[in-house]
Design a protein around this ligand. Structure first.
Ligand code: FAD
Length: 429
């Protein structure tokens, strides 16, 4: 990176899903931006759904959203209306067809997904391999829950128990062995045996590289369905549900081919542990960042910022790279997309965080404008925005607990990103 280059239009601090998605939106509008990221964030733990709001379940989403705004007016959603939210998700879904969104009467709505703990979680969208078709289940449905003996540790028994309490269908556990499956594949392919402990990444890579051999997997499932559940009529099986490990790139292909071959709908569950799901989304969002040639500087920690002069609100940023070198960058606009859980540098410590901003006449927590821009102490706009879950540590009357309590999740990243990109387009273009 050349320190003497001309000012960057927008510097995005933080390369989690909020920072990356905002970068994509800006670049698509013709706005130049660069991303500076120190390391890991909550995005690396994401489990596969697009959470927007978990509030007043008995109402349609728009009504519960409107009530939420009245009851919790200081929340970032307080600045938004449902049409803006709808538009933001539609724009996102056009970029990422890997997600399925729940839409009724042209409006997004909450649907439920099933976790590997067997409980249900509301979300507006989910990775497209995840099971959500509960409306298909009735008394006569038979659902097969696949328990890979080397991987699941009998988790599916818990899923079956919890599901029985909610949906009265028949649940059967199907015990499969990954080692056996890989042996079947190798017999037919003459490949070297998988070595060492089976991590979920190894398993997923193995599925990816064998996605053309799904028929062998299908035959193994059919054989074991007959062996383990001889009393079941295979034609009556509604769904086969797997833990989310069927690949990092080819999972969609595998699920589709398997469903077609077995003539039974196959899907994955939502994992409750840091999962391959975040890696899948991270791969696809990073690919888009690369395609759009958005510069991303990893291992760069934001440590300081100052006004270039008093009239202008151009900024001078200081970043620390992994070799301990301080890099100076000039930028017209800054967006903090630093999350809540993994803030680094001065942002990791409340006192330093506040002092750093106060030095530039910005109070933390901040009143923040309706387009998520920080305000100077004299209420003037600062050219500094906050995107995604970082809003919980910059905004007045909010804290990390509010983030968890109302289930806003990735939804806030998408919506605040859309709002900030629209505002920057108005100012810059
Ligand atoms: C276990 C878990 C599971 C989850 N599952 C879901 C789910 O299924 N659905 C859902 O909707 N939501 C889920 N969430 C919430 C969701 O993951 C977050 O809301 C979202 O990822 C936040 O993204 P972000 O980019 O705002 O923050 P982060 O992902 O935290 O990214 C912030 C980035 O900023 C960087 N950074 C921090 N300080 C600095 C600095 N000083 N300089 C430069 N860079 C810096 C960090 O290294 C990090 O990369 C989950 C969260 C957790 C913890």
């Amino acid at each position: 990176m050349n320190e003497n280059q001309k000012a960057i239009d927008v510097s995005i601090i933080g390369g989690g899903f909020s920072g990356l998605y905002l970068g994509i939106l800006l670049k698509m509008k013709g706005i130049n931006c660069e991303i500076f990221n120190s390391g890991t964030g909550a995005s690396q733990f994401w489990v596969g759904t697009m959470d927007f709001l978990d509030y007043h379940h008995n109402k349609d989403l728009e009504s519960s959203f409107n009530e939420f705004k009245k009851e919790i007016p200081h929340h970032p959603y307080g600045y938004l209306n449902f049409n803006q939210i709808n538009r933001a998700f539609i724009e996102f879904s056009a970029q990422f067809p890997e997600f399925t969104f729940s839409i009724e009467n042209d409006k997004i709505t909450n649907k439920y997904v099933l976790t590997t703990l067997g409980n249900l979680k509301p979300c507006v969208g989910m990775w497209n391999t995840i099971f959500h078709e509960f409306e298909q289940l009735d008394n006569s449905s038979i659902v097969i829950l696949v328990d890979f003996s080397e991987f699941n540790n009998d988790a599916m028994y818990l899923v079956a128990k919890n599901l029985k309490e909610t949906f009265s269908c028949t649940y059967k556990i199907l015990k499969l062995s990954l080692k056996k499956l890989f042996d079947y594949w190798e017999e037919n392919e003459n490949q070297t045996e998988i070595k060492g402990k089976l991590s979920e990444y190894k398993i997923a890579n193995y599925f990816d590289t064998h996605s053309d051999k799904v028929i062998i997997f299908g035959d193994y499932i059919q054989k074991e369905l007959k062996n383990q559940n001889s009393e079941i009529n295979l034609d009556k099986i509604t769904s086969i549900l797997f833990p989310p490990i069927l690949g990092l790139k080819a999972e969609r292909k595998i699920i589709n081919l398997l469903s077609k071959y077995l003539n039974i709908e196959c899907r994955e569950l939502v994992a409750l542990s840091p999962s391959l799901m975040s890696k899948r989304f991270n791969n696809s969002i990073s690919e888009k960042v690369k395609e759009l040639e958005i510069p991303i500087h990893n291992n760069f920690t934001f440590i300081e910022f100052d006004k270039i002069d008093d009239q202008d609100t151009n900024w001078k940023l200081k970043l620390l790279n992994k070799d301990g070198k301080i890099i100076n960058v000039r930028s017209r606009f800054i967006v903090f997309a630093v999350g809540t859980l993994f803030q680094e540098g001065p942002l990791a410590e409340v006192r330093e965080f506040k002092e750093l901003f106060e030095k530039n006449s910005i109070s933390i927590p901040n009143k923040i404008s309706s387009s998520f821009e920080l305000l100077f102490n004299n209420d003037r706009k600062s050219n500094i925005f906050v995107c995604g879950s970082a809003l919980f540590s910059f905004m007045k009357h909010l804290d990390g607990e509010d983030e968890i309590k109302y289930g806003t999740g990735l939804g806030l990243s998408i919506i605040s990103g859309a709002q900030i990109a629209a505002q920057l387009e108005k100012i810059i273009i």
